[in-house]
Ligand binder design. Structure first.
Ligand SMILES: Cc1cc2nc3c(=O)[nH]c(=O)nc-3n(C[C@H](O)[C@H](O)[C@H](O)COP(=O)(O)OP(=O)(O)OC[C@H]3O[C@@H](n4cnc5c(N)ncnc54)[C@H](O)[C@@H]3O)c2cc1C
Length: 406
């Protein structure tokens, strides 16, 4: 049997390793000079390969339950075993995220690449696939002017996130040319753009905050974590966590807003009490100094500016109405979200090949027998925390087994 795999990322490499055996010829096409660029960049070079708690609710897409079978068949235990067989030890950390024990993405990549070579897979680097044609029982794959015939083809060409690491829409175009319905890609795990210039004044300020994402005025998601103000808007882990829902909503041109709670350990009444305590003990403080006791100075200045308050007046001059207004803004400072920071800065992308047209138990196309999909090219994207790599490994593994007919 002859198999073509399009894309040498987490999904394609896993599929190649799983399918490789005597009598099976595998060509693994990779458009870049080296495979696995995203694996090497992932988790800030540490590679958050998986999570000990995996569920379809950790994924987004038109039909996130599509992942259920893959997570059942190839869950964390199976992934741990797969990597152990390649000589990689994994270590879960407190919140369930899983990293290689070495703490280096290179360990994961080198193990995958070495296994691909050891098992006789024909790794064709710098060989982008331009087209896939159906011919009778099989396929003809064209790359750099050469045409080869195959019995099975797996498209594992990823998403347009991070084009500098090989991201692109190539996989989607190949799927469309073979008659598949696709969902437009949108950037996810990405910073968010705010209007106006207020955020520019606080660019570089980082804090622990609670973010509430509102879509058309309704609460969509609430998360707590790091928030970083930037020249374009906001970033940081908490922002990445709400970015998928925000990006999806923007795609549908919804009214998207974020409410930032600057002191999440206090409720609004608690913030009022905190301010009153300061005023009671240190009435001579300026309003700016009072706020600076609660947050970084540049943020305090921006808050006063936003509320059109002077800041030089003593805090004791604040009336109850002004105090409540200040506390309300500290507890729920609303900003419109006008855009994402784009595919170039996104870790992942939602959208892709419509999962209704793919068999969830085998990853085989329901409309083109013998054609398979795996990884981020599918309309599935996970939360931050190892969910995306896990799905790439799991779906690549399942597709390989199915291509071999078991
Ligand atoms: C900076 C960064 C950090 C990340 N950190 C994490 C993390 O810690 N944990 C986590 O779970 N996820 C993380 N992700 C996401 C994760 O890396 C991806 O979800 C995962 O790598 C997707 O695997 P894939 O095999 O589907 O696609 P990819 O890894 O994108 O692989 C697709 C491959 O196909 C190749 N290709 C595309 N078109 C063609 C073509 N026509 N012909 C031949 N080859 C083609 C591409 O060059 C690429 O090498 C991160 C992503 C980025 C960008």
């Amino acid at each position: 049997m002859r198999i073509a795999i399009v894309g040498g990322g987490a999904a394609g490499l896993t599929a190649a390793i799983t399918a490789a055996r005597p009598g099976i010829h595998i060509d693994l096409y990779e458009k870049q000079k080296e495979p696995g660029k995203k694996i090497l960049a992932s988790g800030n070079g540490r590679c958050n390969v998986s999570n000990t708690s995996l569920d379809f609710t950790d994924y987004y897409g038109r039909h996130p339950a599509f992942v259920t079978h893959a997570l059942k068949r190839f869950g964390y235990a199976e992934l741990e075993r797969f990597f152990l067989d390649l000589g990689v030890l994994l270590r879960p950390v407190a919140d369930g995220r899983v990293y290689p024990l070495s703490n280096e993405a290179k360990t994961v990549f080198h193990a995958l690449e070495a296994a691909v070579r050891r098992r006789g897979v024909n790794l064709l680097s710098d060989r982008g696939v331009a087209s896939i044609e159906r011919t009778g029982e099989g396929f003809v794959v064209a790359s750099k002017g050469q045409k080869e015939r195959y019995d099975r083809v797996l498209i594992a060409a990823g998403s347009p996130a991070a084009p500098q690491l090989g991201g692109g829409e190539g996989g989607l175009r190949l799927a469309e040319a073979l008659g598949h319905e696709t969902v437009p890609f949108y950037p996810t795990l990405v910073g968010l753009h705010l209007p106006g210039r207020l955020h520019e004044r606080v660019a570089g300020v980082k804090l622990h905050a609670r973010l509430t994402l509102y879509v058309d005025g309704r609460v969509e998601e609430r998360v707590e974590g790091d928030l970083l103000f930037t020249r374009y808007g906001i970033s940081g882990f908490a922002v990445l966590d709400i970015s998928t829902s925000a990006s999806r909503a923007l795609l549908r041109t919804r009214n998207v807003t974020v409410g930032i709670h600057l002191l999440p350990e206090y409720d609004r009444q608690g913030v009022v009490a905190l301010l009153q305590k300061l005023i009671g003990h240190a009435p001579q403080l300026s309003q700016l100094s009072m706020l600076h006791a609660l947050m970084p100075r540049r943020l305090a200045e921006a808050l006063l500016r936003f509320l059109k308050m002077e800041g030089e007046e003593p805090c004791s001059s604040l009336g109850p109405k002004e105090l409540r207004r200040l506390a309300s803004t500290i507890a729920d400072w609303r900003f419109s979200i006008i855009d994402t920071h784009g595919f170039r800065h996104a870790e992942t992308a939602g959208g892709g090949v419509a999962t209704e047209q793919v068999e969830a138990t085998t990853m085989e196309s329901k409309i083109v027998p013998g054609l398979y999909f795996a990884g981020e090219v599918l309309d599935i994207v996970g939360r931050r925390g190892g969910y995306n790599l896990h799905f790439a490994f799991a779906s690549g593994h399942m597709a390989a087994k199915a291509m071999l007919g078991r």
